[in-house]
Design a protein around this ligand. Structure first.
Ligand code: UP6
Length: 248
């Protein structure tokens, strides 16, 4: 059985954020998400400007930005997202009870609900913990890329059941295949390294598409640490797109 194309996934994924991501993927011929794990507003905006034309989404960990300011950080970032047509994915990996997540999602310094198009969340706290993510798309953490992760087969199966049944969830992060009804996001992608000495484990775009039938690859250090982030983004974009087409 062949994997589904982005056009076919558009027919079966009805969440509006899933549709938007798939439309951008088709339009830009890209399945690349850059993980912008930099620690200043200037670096974040410079990176977004460079990689913007090549990506479907920019993934952030906004709580590592030293000088975060919603006017200075978020407004120009949103402008870049509009200019280059990409979505903002906050990789917050929420992992608490619903009430606390609701507060973390809308209050505090980052007010994620004001600007993120999609967020990541663990499903460890159960189905109802995800109810608070209204007006956003949730990508559930089903399996992790790091050595020794506790996301074994049983965990992944139970987590996938929650992801499939919750209306706010349209995708999953995993290093394994997931059902077609969910979009698959795969981090731990690097063509030059096998690991980072801190537990991260890397695979190639070809592995992600051929073995996992992923939909989107997430690349951090392979791009923002490289000498020319724009050029690396373009080469990961091409590698990801070729691997996708090769897997059809
Ligand atoms: N990430 C993983 N593995 C997971 C889930 N999330 O690496 O299972 C995230 C990390 C980081 C990015 O939090 O932001 O994806 C990977 O970055 P890297 O390419 O620099 O390793």
């Amino acid at each position: 059985e062949k994997r589904l194309s982005y056009e076919q996934k558009l027919e079966i994924c009805d969440h509006s954020v899933a549709q938007k991501l798939l439309e951008i993927a088709i339009e830009k011929k890209s399945n690349l998400i850059v993980s912008a794990d930099v620690t200043s507003t200037q670096e974040l905006l410079t990176l977004a400007e460079k990689v913007g034309p090549h990506i479907v989404a920019l993934k952030t960990h906004m709580d590592i930005i030293l000088d975060f300011d919603s006017d200075a950080t978020i407004l120009p970032l949103k402008d870049l997202a509009t200019k280059y047509n990409f979505l903002l994915m906050e990789d917050r990996k929420f992992a608490d009870i619903g009430n606390t997540q609701e507060l973390q999602f809308s209050y505090g310094l980052y007010k994620i609900s004001n600007w993120a198009d999609l967020v990541t969340a663990q499903v460890i706290a159960g189905y109802e913990s995800l109810d608070c993510f209204r007006n956003v798309g949730v990508v559930a953490i089903l399996g992790m890329s790091s050595k020794g992760t506790l996301t074994n087969t049983n965990y992944r199966e139970e987590a996938t059941k929650i992801a499939l049944s919750h209306p706010n969830v349209f995708g999953g992060v995993s290093q394994n295949k997931i059902p077609n009804e969910l979009l698959l996001f795969t981090p731990g992608i690097n063509v030059a390294e096998a690991g980072d000495g801190k537990g991260q484990q890397y695979n190639t775009p070809e592995h992600a598409f051929n073995e996992l039938e992923t939909d989107f690859i997430i690349v951090g250090r392979g791009i923002y640490k490289s000498f020319d982030a724009e050029k690396s983004a373009l080469s990961y974009k091409i590698a990801g797109w070729n691997a996708y087409e090769g897997s059809l």
